[in-house]
Write a protein that binds this ligand. Structure first.
Ligand code: ADP
Ligand code: MG
Length: 396
């Protein structure tokens, strides 16, 4: 990796501005999952140990009007971070001005301050999300160096990542470093065989990932809702299953280029309703009834996918194999997760918001080498597309 990492820059006794991903789910003022805060601790603790004055920038939710402010207030996050660090975390309730500037001046080496939700700046002219030049410059003026450790927003050019980075010496934090090393390593020089698993809802969301990964992979397993467009492209009837008519030609092209690399379902679980309580049956892919929709892979498909995964040394997985939010249609996803979890001596990666959530929810969190912390960012990375938040960081 050619980007500077935390250990490549001088942070000792410096005021270090850090972009972190604290976009945690909230119920009222209660954080229901503090995983993202925990994930940032390694970088923050390193800076504390170096005697840095740590100034954290983070966003929460979307803030388009004043009414969005209260529910996206970061004050509870500062409190939780303080508990996790076992030290007081100062909080600036504003994103600019005297109160913020004085709070930063008051910091001593090893102190930590969290700045209010950067997207409060979106109310008046989309300044954060639109990467307003003046805002990025102002925030940069508050510190000596910049560290980006928010992988979740790395695919966006915002004032709090790209804006600040363009004015200061900078580095990626430990979390982004791991994302780039593990995912980048698996794509660029995988131990083979490399098996790519693609699923989820739509082919159209995954075009870039298919085009980038198909030539590199030894096999590409296709499941989930997107499989039906491929089946239709083979001339099969898919009933009421998810189908993107306008992607059929793309699917045909992929199948031609793929030769025998592509592994498609051989049977599916169809339902008479999009609901966990629907009536279901397992049918072969050439026998999908006209009034039913495919919501999961069938058992013969799971077996076929298991065979393909057997012996894999690298697995990159994006997209659930069925409507895994509903237990009735989670068997394909569980099957693939189990087969991947069993692999010995393999690098196994899950990228994608819903896939990562599914794998955790189904209890496989500890069984994978890496579950990406960035949904959209990991998909962008799998596409081989630029990540502005990382491109903006100084080269080594
Ligand atoms: P990720 O966020 O991991 O990239 P996607 O957003 O592409 O994944 O897809 C996740 C969604 O795909 C889930 O909401 C899931 O219900 C849906 N899905 C998976 N299989 C099917 C299917 N057969 N029919 C309809 N929706 C499906
Ligand atoms: Mg998704």
């Amino acid at each position: 990796m050619n980007k500077k990492t935390l250990k490549d820059i001088n942070v000792k006794d410096q005021t270090v501005l850090v972009r972190v991903d604290f976009n945690v789910p909230m119920e009222g003022e209660t954080i229901t999952d503090d995983g993202r805060i925990v994930a940032a601790l390694e970088t923050i603790n390193y800076l504390i140990d170096q005697g840095s004055k740590v100034v954290l920038f983070a966003h929460m939710g979307r803030v388009k009007e004043k009414a969005d402010k209260a529910k996206n207030d970061l004050a509870p996050v500062a409190k939780r971070l303080g508990e996790l660090l076992d030290q007081e975390v100062a909080f600036s309730p504003v994103t600019r001005g005297q109160e913020l500037e004085e709070a930063i001046k008051a910091l001593k080496g090893g102190d930590v301050l969290l700045v209010q939700n950067t997207r409060y700046e979106d109310i008046d002219g989309n300044k954060e999300s639109g990467n307003d030049a003046e805002l990025g410059k102002y925030w940069a003026s508050l510190g000596d160096v910049f560290v980006n450790d928010a992988f979740g927003t790395a695919h966006r050019a915002h004032a709090s990542n790209v804006g600040i980075a363009s004015h200061l010496d900078s580095a990626v934090g430990f979390l982004i470093q791991k994302e780039l090393e593990v995912i980048g390593g698996a794509i660029d020089h995988p131990k083979r065989p490399l098996i790519v698993i693609l699923g989820g809802a739509k082919v159209s969301d995954k075009i870039g990932a298919i085009e980038n990964l198909l030539p590199k992979a030894d096999k590409v397993i296709v499941g989930g809702g997107m499989a039906y467009t491929f089946l239709k492209a083979q001339g099969l009837e898919v009933g009421k299953s998810l189908l993107e008519e306008d992607q059929i030609d793309f699917a045909k092209k992929v199948m031609e280029e793929a030769d025998d690399k592509l592994v498609l379902p051989v049977d599916v679980v169809v339902a008479d309703d999009f609901s966990n309580d629907a009536n279901t049956q397992v049918v072969a892919i050439d026998a999908i009834p006209a009034d039913w929709e495919g919501l999961d892979c069938g058992p013969a498909t799971v077996k076929r996918f298991e065979e393909v995964l057997d012996g894999a040394k690298t697995v990159i997985w994006n997209g659930p194999m069925g409507v895994s939010e509903m237990p009735a249609f989670a068997h394909g996803t569980i099957g693939v997760a189990t087969a991947t979890a069993k692999l010995e001596d393999a690098t196994t990666i899950v990228g994608g918001g819903d896939s990562a959530a599914a794998v955790k929810e189904l209890g496989f969190e500890e069984d994978f080498t890496h579950i990406s912390t960035g949904g959209g960012a990991s998909l962008t990375y799998l596409e081989g597309s630029p990540l502005p938040g990382i491109d903006a960081i100084a080269d080594k």
